[in-house]
Design a protein around this ligand. Sequence first.
Ligand code: VG1
Ligand code: CO
Length: 543
Amino acid sequence: MTTLTQDCTPFEGQKPGTSGLRKKTRVFMEPGYVECFVQSVFNAIEGVEGKTLVIGGDGRFFNAEAIQTILRMAAANGAKRAIVGKDGLLSTPAASHLIRKRSASGGLILSASHNPGGIDADFGLKYNVSNGGPAPESVTAAIYDETRTISSYKTLDTDDIDLGDLGEVTLGGMTVEIVDPVAAYAVLMEKLFDFDAIKGLFQAGFTMRFDAMHAVTGPYAKAILEEKLGAPEGTVLNGVPSVDFGKGHPDPNPIWAKPLVDMVMAEDGPDFAAASDGDGDRNMILGRGVYVTPSDSLAVLAANAHLAPGYKEGIAGVARSMPTSRACDRVAEAMGIACFETPTGWKFFGNLLDAGKVTLCGEESAGTGSSHVREKDGLWAVLLWLNIIAVRGQSVHHILKDHWKEYGRNYYSRHDYEAVDATAAAELMGALEAALPDLPGQRPAGLMITEADQFSYHDPVDGSVSENQGLRINFEGGARGVLRLSGTGTEGATLRVYLERYEPSGGDLEIETQAALAQVAAAVAELSDLEKRTGRTKPDVMT
Ligand code: VG1
Ligand code: CO
């Protein structure tokens, strides 16, 4: 077995500030592409000599091939050990947990998350640091700089290794340890939640469906929900990971998980339903007849977390991404704990979690998590909901209604305009940004603007500043519109418009969501000249 040094052509890799590199699968399949990116990552972290890395992915098309490439390169670059999920599978939260538990230097996670998989769909690769979380901007900036100057990579001239058997094998001077992707994660969940109480719930006839969307959470959900917690077989739907996610879009929202939503909206539907995304870090929560928005879910979990053993001492604080609704802010205020507002992306929660300032975090995009790992965690959120339901003995609908009665309701929806012409999208944002100082006092669609700004985040732990994180427009009465461009799309630009309106307790808490937000939506459309600039009359996706 010989070490080879091969040439790289510098390229435009992972943009600083994005969580990993996400491109069309065929781009990743170009000869040398994965290699030059992985070498850029290794160079950016000052090499991997003597280090331990965790490696795994969501099982999408090209996962198996890319893992072999990464293993050969890690060995050639002198890594001491690679901890790999059997068959190359690891959910993002399970990878985060393994990095922490095994004191690894970091990990490489192969996933494009909720984006579809397949040779004509998307692939992704990201590096997580030693706290188990996504690389902070200082690291992603260094990776980007490397991709611009990279000239060669190191690999081994050797065959693929079999990742189908648990145990250790050697590759060059590196030990490859193949682990059960579920085991350590399941132990962690058992520590956090009252499994006996949840078991009792299922024994008493409580019904649930979990849609793994043909993605990585299938084995996790089967092992935990069906085997450990005794939910009947068939509770987990689409539980076998497939390379193209059954030709679906593994995004747990009412659009892409419509069959599940239809099931739970029926009168004879299950008591509870949930879904997760490609790499297992997102969650959607439903109860019979009711969809819980991710923002509401975060607020309900914050208010009730103490009912689960892992959080019985209470929570230190909460954090939400800026576009996430302010429902959790009200809970934090009532509890007398801090609520932080961070830019979109889980990496911004890492410092707050590491410093013990917050225990729970969440994003409107169906991400919720806690200090147990440094990524959002889909199954964790499902288990926390189950634990709360078991202790309170109430339905999801009941819990949600009680919550609104106590705190008021933040009506909320995100409108996505996908594959918009990138220049048109940039111009829309630029024009609106330029107009910000003049907005207060204006009344688009009859709603008075009270404040408007471009969101900048000052990290309270390390003092770093992240600018241009989205345009915020506040209206009278606590309504708000937020606009930002997605950092994870792979085609043109995706414009995200986030709409929110507050209805205090005692007001009308049962309005249909889009109807409740129609005026805010009209105001944002007017201000941004949305239709003219994008050529779109309605969003592609509303969640
Ligand atoms: C989207 C979501 C964001 C999330 C990110 C990664 O980013 O809006 O909340 O953190 O995806 O999620 P953007 O830039 O497209 O809005 V995942 O499940 O890819 O790890
Ligand atoms: Co994801």
